[in-house]
Design a protein around this ligand. Structure first.
Ligand SMILES: [Zn+2]
Length: 465
């Protein structure tokens, strides 16, 4: 309830253009969520198209022209675009709003409640996708519809781009990017978010502005094999083992950018004494060896200090009484923005010191640059947040990787994830896991987030309001 009280207080002091969800609007958002959860938009069940069609119907009922709604098929799924036409008065390119309609598979046998029926219990909403990312989709949908009904005309076009296979192949994402080239920037509902520290304390909000590149290599040693009663010096399994030990011991060079330095400065506020000193030292003297000694011992910090690669799977040999003819390890890397996948592969090949080892890159890694947060966007986000959390700091961060934002950034569209949800101590949303859940008051608390930001970034409300 803290957030609602804070919000009400802030509203009283805020200008008359503030925009708070009415009970009716909260009920409508809940209805959208019930429907969204009921569509099994997983890769296996394939109901993403049905969800897209349902949403398109809601937009049409609210007054969006059929010509401004498009279902975009790609691969096994579909994306959805919704254009909110502006009057063009700002002369600026459109702003994109991202979310994904698909969800990770959920087996009802593992869940307390049916994953595809929105269930409220003890102040929590349960269902597959309540946090990742059907809330984002519902939140943006109800925002566009509320703004439209209020008569708001933006000063530039606003375009929703919902993907339909973010959790799997991202083919719909690629198709959306292709259609929406030339947009000014994208705001993503699928990451970013706050930590609600409680009344009177400073809460922190994280804006995702960069993602590491996700790349996987298969590392293989081949051998002519033979009978296991006649072991030889050369052996595919031992050679692969030697190579993996070298990869384990190797550390990629330490790196930093504006985003990681700013997030370290904020992390220092809440870290233990030793870590706080090291973080501040690193911010002052990036790359500082002494600071690094402390920081790289911590898994979470080490992952944003450098490219990392780690062995994740192994397969080798074909019979218990035969010398192995092949041994393969899977090595998963999270690459610092600005470093190419080819350079990482070359570095690993150098490290293993064995020319006979083959490297194969799996899938098609997406290299994406960091996006530079503009003061305009940062201020709009902060002003919206302050209506809920008067004492808040916002900070950009770099994520280990994996949202639609990668593809938009790669196409030259700066992308910032600014989801509206706040977690509290004790929350366990369990993204991708069983019993995924979301607090009801977090759900309602985020319903004004996007409209406040849109009004600040895309012009003044219409005279009718
Ligand atoms: Zn997601």
């Amino acid at each position: 309830m803290i957030s609602r009280i804070a919000f009400a207080a802030a509203l009283a002091a805020f200008s008359s253009s503030a925009f708070a969800a009415t009970a009716e609007e909260e009920a409508y958002a809940r209805f959208l969520m019930e429907k969204a959860i009921s569509y099994k938009s997983t890769e296996e069940h394939g109901e993403t198209r049905k969800l897209a069609e349902f949403l398109a119907g809601e937009f049409r009922k609210a007054g969006f022209a059929a010509a401004d709604l498009e279902i975009v098929p790609a691969g096994k799924s579909v994306g959805l675009t919704v254009r909110y036409r502006g009057d063009g008065s700002s002369g600026a390119a459109p702003i994109l709003f991202l979310g994904h309609m698909d969800v990770v598979e959920a087996d009802p046998k593992d869940w307390t409640y049916d994953p595809f029926t929105l269930t409220e219990k003890d102040g929590l909403l349960h269902g597959r996708g309540v946090v990742d990312n059907k809330y984002g989709v519902v939140d943006l949908t109800q925002t566009f519809i509320r703004l439209k009904k209020s008569g708001f005309v933006p000063a530039r076009d606003l375009i929703i781009a919902f993907s339909g296979d973010e959790e799997t192949g991202m083919e719909t994402t690629r198709a959306l990017v292709e259609k929406l080239k030339g947009a000014a920037y994208a705001l993503n509902s699928d990451a970013g978010g706050g930590f609600d520290a409680g009344e009177g304390k400073t809460s922190v909000y994280y804006i995702q502005a960069a993602e590491k590149t996700y790349a996987t290599f298969e590392v293989t040693v081949k051998n002519s094999g033979g009978h296991s009663s006649q072991p030889r010096e050369d052996n595919a399994i031992y050679e692969l083992g030697d190579a993996l030990k070298k990869i384990q011991q190797f550390r990629f060079p330490v790196m930093w950018n504006d985003i990681t330095l700013r997030s370290f400065a904020v992390d220092a506020e809440t870290a233990d004494d030793e870590t706080a000193v090291a973080l501040r030292r690193f911010v002052e003297k990036p790359g500082d060896k002494k600071a690094l000694k402390t920081l790289e011992k911590q898994t979470g910090l080490n992952s944003v200090l450098r490219t990392t690669c780690v062995a994740t799977m192994l397969k080798a040999g074909h019979a218990e009484n035969a010398l192995p003819q092949t041994a393969t390890a899977t090595v998963n890397c999270r690459i610092f923005p600005g470093v190419s996948v080819a350079d990482v592969q070359a570095e690993l090949a150098r490290v293993v010191e064995n020319d006979a080892i083959e490297f194969v890159t799996l899938d098609d890694p997406v290299e994406s640059p960091a996006s530079t947060l503009t003061p305009e966007i940062e201020a709009a986000v902060l002003n919206a947040l302050k209506t809920r959390y008067p004492n808040i700091v916002a900070v950009p961060y770099m994520e280990a990787g994996g949202t639609d934002g990668l593809h938009f950034r790669r196409a030259g569209i700066p992308t910032f994830a600014i989801g509206s949800l706040f977690l509290r101590e004790g929350d366990e949303p369990n993204y991708h896991g069983m019993n995924e859940n979301l607090r009801v008051d977090a759900f309602n608390g985020g319903l004004d987030h996007w409209s406040l930001i849109i009004k600040e970034l895309a012009g003044k409300p219409a005279a009718s309001e």
